[in-house]
Write a protein that binds this ligand. Sequence first.
Ligand SMILES: [Zn+2]
Ligand SMILES: [Zn+2]
Length: 138
Amino acid sequence: MSSPTLTGGCGCGAVRFAIDAPLVAAAYCHCTRCQHRTGTAAQASGRLAPGSLRLLSGAEDVGRWDAGSGLVKDFCRRCGSAVFAEDRDSGEILVVRLGAIDGDPGVRPQARQFVADAAAWEPIPDDGLPRHDGRLPA
Ligand SMILES: [Zn+2]
Ligand SMILES: [Zn+2]
């Protein structure tokens, strides 16, 4: 592999990663889990090409929140930053948080999911993106 396409990490720098292929897609999630774990109205995430994210440091600092369904949400145990999410069975990292990426992630969110659960205190932007009440169709 040549130099990575993208790099990123958590706020304190303990967790660092490289991504060796362009992100496949991106979307905003308005679900209540994302509201709680980020403290914001929505989380923007990018879908990884299979196997494209490599941890460079901080494996021992990655905390995991398994809410019982959906992806296991990974965060830095030192600073609390949301970094990525993994399949609960295989442990494969499938999704990266766009805010964890250094610079331009190269993709733009193309849809909004779980808008039925959207925060009361912030209107969903009138940006023309398709809105889904629940999870994005696969
Ligand atoms: Zn950190
Ligand atoms: Zn969510």
